[in-house]
Write a protein that binds this ligand. Structure first.
Ligand code: GAL
Length: 476
């Protein structure tokens, strides 16, 4: 062959190899193996915000001291034993400028030991270290963003032994995010250090009228925000509940091991939620397979609220290995029913977590009763039924039995229906899957017909006898 043509060919081959090796978009799929169940931990933002005044408010300002205290308490107060493992810094940790080499640096007054030392401290407690940045020129609070420094910043985080990166989207163009978020994910992966990747990509796109490409999002991000920032009120929690109910067809199919919808932080134990409302938030976050990121002052949280966030039975629902996000299957006159298929599974019959939520404001509990079959609970051997907040044992109920619960205003009742079988009686372990195709973890579009039916608002209204509601004129 003509030596010049051969040389050209070699050059072309060389160029394509270089493109292949260096193009982030060609190699940007998420392969960090993290978040097989929704991440659990503590995140500063909702409760501590951008308080940088360590002179007048040293106990509550964003400083290394605050995160070290929270790490201590996560362990000493039993949260870590219940599964909470991340201590996550949010906005306002940075100095206003990069260092002379262009690297990010922490505010020297509030983080005098630096971020690597903070990470070391968190790791010394057996916990994991999360950090916050922003895809734009600035973070939402005006500190340096990563635009123009993606590779350098990913490497810096790896060098600091970061385990979790939340990447916000202020001061950037939502159209650029389809490229930018995967690109930063690529650089994170390329460091070789597994770092959970939390993205705000869809929410910014939704705000600007762009329909998020969840196929791409879930191949880059472990978790992603799709709705407003949570605020310290029941009103705010309810807007999230409505968003997750009204948009469930668009978002539920994308949740699964390694990739989750993120409805934002738990505010259980703060100023805004009553005890009943706090139970409702926690129950729904479990039904949705949401990240459980508490944003609360662990130094002052009241025991009742601590008990809610450490409820092991509800955490087990949240962490169920199938990773199927639950759905709202009924909504009428202030009563909602939410259902999530969970393990154990016997011959394609799922167990379920069911939440009865009362959003009515008349000050007396509403009685809700429903035939189990109408909830999609058709396993003929029946279900072992238990209340996950009160531990009330309902015994074994068959599909034709009726379940009746009293639901407090703005509160919920959360039940677990565990498939009963010969195996069950011999103490079938939770999480056991028997007789189900093994790839259910990967693809829950393979749900049986019955579940798809559930997803389309079953005709349970007929048998949902909210007796009290019937007796009274409903004035909503
Ligand atoms: C918002 C984000 C919050 C918090 C805040 C920090 O955009 O949704 O969770 O991180 O920025 O400024």
């Amino acid at each position: 062959m003509d030596p010049i043509r051969m040389e050209r060919r070699q050059i072309l081959r060389f160029i394509s190899a270089v493109i292949l090796l260096t193009s982030p978009l060609l190699t940007s799929t998420l392969e960090n193996g993290l978040a097989r169940t929704p991440p659990m931990g503590w995140l500063a933002w909702e409760r501590f915000r951008c308080n940088t005044d360590c002179v007048n408010d040293p106990d509550n300002c964003i400083s290394e001291r605050l995160f070290m205290q929270m790490a201590d308490l996560l362990v000493s107060e039993g949260y870590a034993a219940a599964g909470y493992e991340y201590i996550n810094v949010d906005d306002c940790w940075l100095a206003k400028t990069r260092d002379a080499q262009g690297r990010l640096q922490a505010d020297p007054e509030r983080f005098p030991s630096g971020m690597k030392a903070l990470g070391n401290y968190i790791h010394s407690k057996g916990l994991k270290f999360g950090i916050y940045e922003d895809y734009g020129n600035y973070t939402c609070a005006g500190y340096p963003g990563i635009l123009g420094y993606l590779e350098l910043d990913a490497n810096t985080f790896a060098e600091w032994n970061v385990d979790y990166v939340k990447l916000d989207g202020c001061y950037s163009h939502p159209v650029d995010m389809d490229r930018g978020y995967p690109e930063f994910g690529y650089y994170l992966n390329r460091t070789g250090r597994p770092m959970l990747y939390s993205c705000s990509w869809p929410v910014y796109q939704i705000y600007s009228g762009i329909e998020p490409n969840y196929t791409s999002i879930k191949s880059s991000c472990n978790i992603w925000r799709n709705f407003d920032d949570i605020q310290d009120s029941w009103q705010s929690v309810q807007t999230i509940i409505d968003y997750y109910g009204e948009n469930q067809d668009a978002i539920v199919p994308h949740a699964g091991p390694g990739h989750w919808n993120d409805p934002d932080m738990l505010i259980v134990g703060n100023f805004g939620l009553s005890y009943e409302q706090a139970k409702s938030q926690f129950a729904l976050w479990a039904i949705w397979a949401s990240p459980l990121l508490m944003s609360v002052d662990l130094r002052t949280i009241k025991p009742d609220y601590k008990t809610i966030i450490q409820n092991r039975k509800i955490i087990a629902v949240n962490q169920d290995i199938l990773g199927i996000q639950g759905r709202r299957i009924y909504k009428d006159r202030g009563i909602e029913i939410w259902a999530r298929p969970i393990t154990p599974v016997v011959r394609s019959d799922f167990s379920y977590a069911i939440v009865f939520l009362n959003r009515r404001t008349d000050g007396t509990p509403s009685e809700v009763s429903v035939i189990n079959r109408e909830l999609g609970l058709t396993h003929e051997a029946g279900y072992i039924v238990e209340d996950l907040y009160t531990n009330k044992d309902y015994g074994i109920l068959t599909p034709d039995d009726k379940i009746t619960v009293d639901v407090n205003p703005s509160g919920c009742v959360m039940l677990r229906f565990t498939v009963a079988s010969a195996f069950q009686k011999a103490h079938l372990p939770q999480n056991h899957i028997f007789g189900l195709s093994s790839n259910i973890n990967q693809d829950h579009r393979q749900l049986p017909q019955r579940l798809q039916w559930l997803a389309r608002f079953p005709n349970i209204a007929r048998s949902l006898e909210a007796d009290q509601l019937k007796k009274r004129e409903v004035s909503e």
